[in-house]
Ligand binder design. Structure first.
Ligand code: AP5
Length: 220
Protein backbone atom coordinates (compact mmCIF):
# COMPACT_ATOMS: atom_id res chain seq x y z
CA UNK A 1 0.00 0.00 0.00
CA UNK A 2 1.31 3.49 -0.84
CA UNK A 3 2.51 5.58 2.13
CA UNK A 4 0.05 8.16 3.39
CA UNK A 5 0.99 11.61 1.99
CA UNK A 6 2.32 14.13 4.46
CA UNK A 7 -0.20 16.78 5.59
CA UNK A 8 1.29 19.44 7.84
CA UNK A 9 1.32 23.12 8.68
CA UNK A 10 4.58 24.93 9.52
CA UNK A 11 4.04 27.63 12.13
CA UNK A 12 6.52 30.09 13.54
CA UNK A 13 7.43 33.76 13.61
CA UNK A 14 8.95 35.55 10.61
CA UNK A 15 12.45 34.24 9.98
CA UNK A 16 11.95 31.10 12.09
CA UNK A 17 13.09 28.99 9.12
CA UNK A 18 9.73 27.77 7.77
CA UNK A 19 10.66 28.32 4.11
CA UNK A 20 14.12 26.79 4.54
CA UNK A 21 12.73 23.66 6.20
CA UNK A 22 9.74 23.44 3.82
CA UNK A 23 12.13 23.13 0.87
CA UNK A 24 13.89 20.20 2.53
CA UNK A 25 10.60 18.55 3.51
CA UNK A 26 9.34 18.81 -0.08
CA UNK A 27 12.26 16.82 -1.41
CA UNK A 28 12.09 14.28 1.44
CA UNK A 29 8.34 13.62 1.50
CA UNK A 30 7.55 14.44 -2.17
CA UNK A 31 4.55 16.61 -1.38
CA UNK A 32 4.08 20.23 -2.50
CA UNK A 33 4.84 23.30 -0.39
CA UNK A 34 2.09 25.87 -0.32
CA UNK A 35 3.53 29.17 0.91
CA UNK A 36 1.01 32.00 1.05
CA UNK A 37 3.90 34.51 1.26
CA UNK A 38 5.46 33.15 -1.97
CA UNK A 39 2.07 33.06 -3.71
CA UNK A 40 1.36 36.66 -2.72
CA UNK A 41 4.79 37.79 -3.94
CA UNK A 42 4.17 36.02 -7.27
CA UNK A 43 0.76 37.73 -7.55
CA UNK A 44 2.41 41.08 -6.95
CA UNK A 45 5.10 40.42 -9.51
CA UNK A 46 2.43 39.48 -12.06
CA UNK A 47 0.51 42.69 -11.24
CA UNK A 48 -2.78 40.91 -10.48
CA UNK A 49 -5.66 42.45 -8.52
CA UNK A 50 -4.91 40.15 -5.59
CA UNK A 51 -1.26 41.25 -5.64
CA UNK A 52 -2.28 44.91 -5.69
CA UNK A 53 -4.72 44.42 -2.80
CA UNK A 54 -2.03 42.66 -0.71
CA UNK A 55 0.80 45.10 -1.36
CA UNK A 56 0.23 47.76 1.30
CA UNK A 57 -0.32 45.26 4.13
CA UNK A 58 2.73 43.20 3.18
CA UNK A 59 5.11 46.13 2.85
CA UNK A 60 4.10 47.53 6.22
CA UNK A 61 4.46 44.17 7.99
CA UNK A 62 0.73 43.63 8.57
CA UNK A 63 -1.28 40.54 7.73
CA UNK A 64 -3.26 40.46 4.50
CA UNK A 65 -7.06 40.19 5.10
CA UNK A 66 -8.35 36.67 5.74
CA UNK A 67 -10.84 36.66 2.84
CA UNK A 68 -8.10 37.33 0.29
CA UNK A 69 -5.85 34.62 1.73
CA UNK A 70 -8.66 32.06 1.87
CA UNK A 71 -9.49 32.71 -1.78
CA UNK A 72 -5.86 31.95 -2.69
CA UNK A 73 -5.70 28.79 -0.60
CA UNK A 74 -9.01 27.47 -2.02
CA UNK A 75 -7.57 27.99 -5.48
CA UNK A 76 -4.39 26.04 -4.63
CA UNK A 77 -6.22 23.16 -2.92
CA UNK A 78 -8.48 22.82 -5.97
CA UNK A 79 -5.41 21.81 -8.01
CA UNK A 80 -5.89 18.22 -6.88
CA UNK A 81 -3.11 17.75 -4.33
CA UNK A 82 -3.36 14.94 -1.78
CA UNK A 83 -0.56 15.93 0.59
CA UNK A 84 0.80 19.34 1.51
CA UNK A 85 3.24 21.41 3.53
CA UNK A 86 1.45 24.65 4.38
CA UNK A 87 4.05 27.36 5.06
CA UNK A 88 2.86 30.65 6.56
CA UNK A 89 -0.79 29.63 6.53
CA UNK A 90 -2.92 29.67 8.64
CA UNK A 91 -1.96 32.81 10.53
CA UNK A 92 -5.18 33.66 12.33
CA UNK A 93 -7.85 31.65 14.15
CA UNK A 94 -10.46 32.35 11.40
CA UNK A 95 -7.95 31.05 8.80
CA UNK A 96 -7.30 27.90 10.87
CA UNK A 97 -11.02 27.23 11.29
CA UNK A 98 -11.66 27.77 7.57
CA UNK A 99 -8.72 25.48 6.73
CA UNK A 100 -10.11 22.63 8.84
CA UNK A 101 -13.42 22.93 6.97
CA UNK A 102 -11.76 23.03 3.53
CA UNK A 103 -9.60 20.02 4.33
CA UNK A 104 -12.37 17.95 5.84
CA UNK A 105 -14.57 18.50 2.79
CA UNK A 106 -11.66 17.21 0.68
CA UNK A 107 -10.98 14.30 3.10
CA UNK A 108 -7.35 15.24 3.58
CA UNK A 109 -7.27 16.44 7.19
CA UNK A 110 -4.27 18.06 8.77
CA UNK A 111 -2.04 15.66 10.73
CA UNK A 112 0.22 18.07 12.58
CA UNK A 113 1.06 21.70 13.10
CA UNK A 114 4.82 22.00 13.59
CA UNK A 115 5.80 25.18 15.38
CA UNK A 116 9.42 26.27 14.89
CA UNK A 117 10.65 28.23 17.89
CA UNK A 118 13.50 30.76 18.12
CA UNK A 119 14.07 33.83 20.26
CA UNK A 120 13.32 37.23 18.78
CA UNK A 121 16.97 38.38 18.58
CA UNK A 122 17.81 35.37 16.43
CA UNK A 123 14.70 35.84 14.31
CA UNK A 124 15.46 39.52 13.69
CA UNK A 125 19.04 38.68 12.75
CA UNK A 126 17.83 36.04 10.31
CA UNK A 127 15.16 38.16 8.67
CA UNK A 128 17.25 41.30 8.27
CA UNK A 129 20.21 39.30 6.87
CA UNK A 130 18.16 37.29 4.39
CA UNK A 131 18.86 37.74 0.69
CA UNK A 132 17.02 35.88 -2.03
CA UNK A 133 17.28 35.19 -5.72
CA UNK A 134 14.44 36.99 -7.56
CA UNK A 135 14.66 34.59 -10.54
CA UNK A 136 11.27 32.79 -10.41
CA UNK A 137 12.75 29.48 -11.60
CA UNK A 138 15.48 29.59 -8.91
CA UNK A 139 14.36 31.34 -5.71
CA UNK A 140 17.49 30.28 -3.78
CA UNK A 141 17.81 31.81 -0.31
CA UNK A 142 20.92 33.08 1.46
CA UNK A 143 21.92 34.84 4.66
CA UNK A 144 24.65 37.46 4.73
CA UNK A 145 26.34 35.80 7.76
CA UNK A 146 25.16 32.21 8.14
CA UNK A 147 24.76 31.24 4.48
CA UNK A 148 26.46 33.81 2.24
CA UNK A 149 26.71 33.36 -1.54
CA UNK A 150 30.21 32.67 -2.90
CA UNK A 151 30.27 36.06 -4.65
CA UNK A 152 28.73 38.92 -2.64
CA UNK A 153 25.09 39.55 -3.58
CA UNK A 154 25.05 37.16 -6.56
CA UNK A 155 23.14 33.87 -6.68
CA UNK A 156 25.48 30.83 -6.72
CA UNK A 157 23.02 28.84 -8.81
CA UNK A 158 21.96 31.23 -11.61
CA UNK A 159 24.23 34.31 -11.18
CA UNK A 160 21.22 36.66 -10.74
CA UNK A 161 21.83 39.66 -8.41
CA UNK A 162 20.24 38.94 -5.02
CA UNK A 163 17.58 41.14 -3.43
CA UNK A 164 16.40 41.97 0.09
CA UNK A 165 12.65 41.72 0.70
CA UNK A 166 11.06 45.11 1.40
CA UNK A 167 9.51 43.67 4.58
CA UNK A 168 12.90 42.47 5.88
CA UNK A 169 13.95 45.99 6.89
CA UNK A 170 14.49 46.09 10.68
CA UNK A 171 11.51 48.38 11.46
CA UNK A 172 9.12 46.22 9.39
CA UNK A 173 10.37 43.03 11.04
CA UNK A 174 9.35 44.56 14.40
CA UNK A 175 5.82 45.14 13.03
CA UNK A 176 5.66 41.56 11.67
CA UNK A 177 6.62 40.21 15.11
CA UNK A 178 3.86 42.29 16.74
CA UNK A 179 1.34 40.91 14.24
CA UNK A 180 2.60 37.41 14.97
CA UNK A 181 2.14 37.79 18.72
CA UNK A 182 -1.31 39.35 18.41
CA UNK A 183 -2.85 37.20 15.67
CA UNK A 184 -0.79 34.06 15.01
CA UNK A 185 0.45 32.99 18.46
CA UNK A 186 -3.17 32.06 19.46
CA UNK A 187 -2.88 29.17 16.98
CA UNK A 188 -0.65 27.40 19.50
CA UNK A 189 -3.51 26.64 21.96
CA UNK A 190 -5.86 26.07 18.99
CA UNK A 191 -3.75 23.17 17.69
CA UNK A 192 -2.63 22.01 21.14
CA UNK A 193 -6.22 21.52 22.28
CA UNK A 194 -6.87 19.19 19.35
CA UNK A 195 -3.64 17.23 19.95
CA UNK A 196 -2.06 18.35 16.67
CA UNK A 197 0.71 20.67 17.90
CA UNK A 198 4.42 19.75 17.94
CA UNK A 199 6.92 22.40 19.04
CA UNK A 200 10.39 22.06 17.54
CA UNK A 201 13.50 23.99 18.53
CA UNK A 202 14.30 26.06 15.41
CA UNK A 203 17.80 27.09 16.50
CA UNK A 204 20.93 25.25 15.36
CA UNK A 205 22.18 23.71 12.14
CA UNK A 206 19.57 23.50 9.37
CA UNK A 207 20.04 19.70 9.01
CA UNK A 208 19.67 19.17 12.77
CA UNK A 209 16.40 21.11 12.79
CA UNK A 210 15.21 19.07 9.81
CA UNK A 211 15.91 15.86 11.78
CA UNK A 212 13.94 17.21 14.75
CA UNK A 213 11.00 17.96 12.45
CA UNK A 214 10.97 14.51 10.82
CA UNK A 215 11.10 12.96 14.30
CA UNK A 216 8.12 15.08 15.37
CA UNK A 217 6.22 14.11 12.22
CA UNK A 218 6.91 10.47 12.94
CA UNK A 219 6.23 8.88 9.56
CA UNK A 220 8.38 8.13 6.52
P1 AP5 B 1 5.89 35.13 4.53
O1 AP5 B 1 6.63 35.16 3.26
O2 AP5 B 1 5.14 33.92 4.92
O3 AP5 B 1 6.91 35.58 5.65
P2 AP5 B 1 7.09 35.08 7.18
O4 AP5 B 1 6.14 34.17 7.78
O5 AP5 B 1 7.26 36.37 7.87
O6 AP5 B 1 8.25 34.16 7.08
P3 AP5 B 1 9.61 34.40 6.41
O7 AP5 B 1 9.54 34.05 4.96
O8 AP5 B 1 10.11 35.80 6.73
O9 AP5 B 1 10.56 33.46 7.25
P4 AP5 B 1 10.70 31.90 7.31
O10 AP5 B 1 10.19 31.41 8.62
O11 AP5 B 1 10.19 31.25 6.07
O12 AP5 B 1 12.29 31.82 7.38
P5 AP5 B 1 13.33 31.47 6.23
O13 AP5 B 1 13.40 30.00 6.03
O14 AP5 B 1 13.09 32.33 5.04
O15 AP5 B 1 4.83 36.33 4.60
C1 AP5 B 1 5.16 37.64 4.15
C2 AP5 B 1 3.94 38.54 4.29
O16 AP5 B 1 2.86 38.04 3.46
C3 AP5 B 1 3.31 38.62 5.70
O17 AP5 B 1 3.96 39.58 6.51
C4 AP5 B 1 1.86 39.02 5.36
O18 AP5 B 1 1.75 40.37 5.02
C5 AP5 B 1 1.58 38.21 4.09
N1 AP5 B 1 1.02 36.87 4.39
C6 AP5 B 1 1.58 35.66 4.06
N2 AP5 B 1 0.78 34.65 4.47
C7 AP5 B 1 -0.30 35.24 5.07
C8 AP5 B 1 -1.46 34.72 5.73
N3 AP5 B 1 -1.66 33.39 5.85
N4 AP5 B 1 -2.34 35.60 6.24
C9 AP5 B 1 -2.17 36.94 6.12
N5 AP5 B 1 -1.08 37.49 5.53
C10 AP5 B 1 -0.15 36.65 5.00
O19 AP5 B 1 14.69 31.90 6.94
C11 AP5 B 1 15.00 33.27 7.21
C12 AP5 B 1 16.52 33.51 7.06
O20 AP5 B 1 17.20 32.76 8.07
C13 AP5 B 1 17.12 33.04 5.72
O21 AP5 B 1 18.12 33.94 5.33
C14 AP5 B 1 17.72 31.67 6.03
O22 AP5 B 1 18.83 31.39 5.18
C15 AP5 B 1 18.13 31.84 7.48
N6 AP5 B 1 18.03 30.59 8.26
C16 AP5 B 1 17.06 29.63 8.18
N7 AP5 B 1 17.30 28.65 9.07
C17 AP5 B 1 18.42 29.00 9.73
C18 AP5 B 1 19.19 28.39 10.78
N8 AP5 B 1 18.83 27.23 11.33
N9 AP5 B 1 20.28 29.03 11.24
C19 AP5 B 1 20.68 30.23 10.69
N10 AP5 B 1 20.02 30.85 9.69
C20 AP5 B 1 18.90 30.25 9.22
Amino acid sequence: MAAKPLRIVLLGPPGAGKGTQAQKLVSHYKVPQLSTGDILRAERKAGTDIGKQAQAAMDSGKLVPDDLILKLVERELAKGITGYILDGFPRTIPQAEALDKMLSSRTMPLEKAIELTADYDEITRRATGRRSCPNATCGAMYHVDSNPPKKANVCDKCQTPLVQRVDDKAETVVKRLEEYEAKTAPLRPFYESSGRLARVNGVGAIDDIFNRITAAIGHS
